[in-house]
Write a protein that binds this ligand. Structure first.
Ligand code: SF4
Ligand code: SF4
Length: 301
């Protein structure tokens, strides 16, 4: 039986599709969005995440580390992430729970058992299961097996995707997917590359093909002040969305900087320091671009 690299399975989710859902978070993503609020989703391997505010300064982690990745400097224990192999020994000895390994291999039956636990809630609320990440299509075999099993159990399935995958991968899973949550970020290819590490060309063409097939799609646009909230980008995004078959609804997701501590805990740079969340007026002004284009707009979701 196959396994998949996941970093969380979250129950009672109400923001990843209709109704009450269980969201399965795949680890590993081909994009590196500067605003990513799940930076632990990006690498496809287990990682060490630190919670320094919980540290009681005992030094047990430094003694346990076989790689000499933890040292004392300026009155604190410093972890060099570049030397860390995520072996987890320091986690085992840290009674303050200031250290955590994020991500592990989940067996198919273990994942299914977690999903099927809340079937009664799905039935009552019109919910189901959402495969998110990271990018689920980066682990296509595991995703396919999960989808087959979920459909056999009669569950509503949603795929939350960044859109960067070979079209053949979409074709394999689409018959088993009821709804696609699709990210729309930046319309200019060069700026898309600057902020995510990749061009948007393939992502946009996959989205067009998906909509032409008649598959229900919800567009999700994270609104990030100073990055993609300018008139040129919002006009272009609205025109593109309005030109898609089926004219999918648009969900505007306000940026928030709550993930900054996670970047530090993973030893990753945070590329948007100082960017603040858009306020209500800002959100409504952005929504106008889409409503004027005749699209249905929702905040959050
Ligand atoms: S073992 Fe945990 S509590 Fe002790 S120094 Fe290391 S991180 Fe801090
Ligand atoms: S997880 Fe990293 S820091 Fe912790 S003991 Fe292993 S190598 Fe050392």
């Amino acid at each position: 039986m196959s396994t998949g690299m996941l970093f969380d399975i979250r129950r009672y989710s109400i923001h990843d599709g209709p109704g009450i859902r269980t969201t399965v978070f795949f680890k590993g993503c081909p994009l590196r969005c500067a605003w990513c609020h799940n930076p632990e989703s990006q690498s496809g391997r287990p990682e060490l995440l630190l919670h320094p505010n919980r540290c009681i300064d005992c030094g047990a982690c430094a003694e346990a580390c076989p790689n000499g990745a933890i040292r004392r400097a300026d009155g604190a224990w410093i972890t060099e992430h570049a030397r860390c192999t995520a072996c987890g020994r320091c986690v085992e000895v840290c009674y303050a729970e200031a250290r955590q390994i994020v991500g592990r291999a989940y067996a198919l039956d273990e994942t299914l058992a977690a999903i099927e636990r809340d079937q009664a809630f799905y039935a009552q609320s019109g919910g189901g299961v959402t495969f998110s990440g990271g990018e689920p299509l980066a682990q296509p075999e595991f995703l396919l097996e999960l989808l087959r099993a979920c459909k056999a159990a009669g569950l509503h399935t949603a795929l939350d995707t960044c859109g960067l995958a070979a079209w053949e991968q979409f074709e394999r899973v689409l018959p088993l997917v009821d709804l696609v949550l699709y990210d729309l970020k930046l319309m200019d290819a060069e700026r898309h590359r600057q902020y995510t590490g990749v061009s948007n060309q393939h992502i946009l063409s996959n989205l067009q093909r998906l909509c032409e097939q008649g598959k229900p799609v919800w567009l999700r646009l994270p609104l990030i002040p100073g990055v993609n909230d300018d008139e040129a980008n919002l006009s272009a995004a609205a025109a593109f969305a309005a030109g898609l078959a089926g004219r999918p609804p648009v969900f505007l997701l306000p940026y928030h900087n709550s993930a900054a501590a996670k970047y530090a805990g993973l030893g990753l740079p945070y590329r948007l320091p100082g960017v603040v969340s858009p306020d209500e007026a800002h959100l409504h002004a952005a929504a106008e671009f889409f409503t004027r284009a005749g699209l249905n707009v929702t905040f959050g979701g």
